[in-house]
Design a binder for this molecule. Structure first.
Ligand code: UDP
Length: 193
């Protein structure tokens, strides 16, 4: 996919990120997706670890009007892609196939991903979601990692905030090496609210 550099950070240019990601899922190609807005781009200038996570991601989508404006001013006609909309669309699409496409929601305060999962279940009865909150520690966190390993979700949404979620994905993607992993910030709070 064509890339454009924004302050040393890659942005992938496309008009069909969803199709590209579905193809990766179909072919079992593990993928780390970063949805980048200007705050994240600024944070990465001061946080070298975050910069590396973004540089090594398989897909960086322009989430945020600042990034899109930056691209347009440099002649790149790229549409903004809201990370939450991309994630929601993938959840709905994969969810249709039930247990064939397990989905994982991880993050936010206690109870929030329960509500978010129920909301999707009401729309798509067959959807198969495993979920947990984002404040697990010790044995609970260990057990959650084991569950991810056992279930092998096709899509894993991690909402721990930036840069924690990017770091978590990089350090844990070996648990489900064929999954599409996306850092979704506060999306669970919106779906579960
Ligand atoms: N969060 C979490 N575990 C933590 C710290 C934060 O699950 O240890 C969650 C928090 O409850 C919220 C999300 O991470 O749901 C951060 O949302 P925010 O909108 O701040 O994300 P960002 O702006 O960083 O994308």
């Amino acid at each position: 996919m064509k890339t454009f550099s924004v302050f040393d950070l890659p942005i992938h240019l496309s008009d069909d990120y969803e199709g590209w990601l579905c193809d990766r899922i179909y072919h079992n190609i593990g993928t780390h997706v970063v949805t980048m807005n200007s705050e994240m781009a600024m944070m990465a200038q001061k946080n070298n670890d975050l910069k590396q996570y973004i540089q090594n991601a398989d897909l960086v989508v322009p989430d945020g009007s600042g990034v899109v404006l930056y691209l347009r001013q440099r002649g790149q006609k790229q549409k903004r892609v809201a990370g939450i909309e991309l994630a929601e669309s993938l959840v709905k699409r994969l969810g249709q196939k039930g247990k064939e496409n397990p989905i994982c929601f991880y993050g936010a305060a206690v109870g929030v991903t329960d509500k978010a999962a129920k909301k999707f279940q009401a729309l798509i009865p067959d959807i198969y979601i495993i979920n947990n909150h984002g404040f697990l520690q010790g044995d609970d966190l260990q057990a959650w990692c084991e569950k991810i390993k056992q279930v092998q979700p096709k899509l894993i949404l991690v909402g721990l905030g930036v840069p924690r979620q990017e770091e978590w994905i990089v350090n844990h993607r070996h648990l489900a090496p064929n999954a599409v992993w996306i850092g979704v910030g506060g999306s669970f709070d919106i779906w579960g609210g």
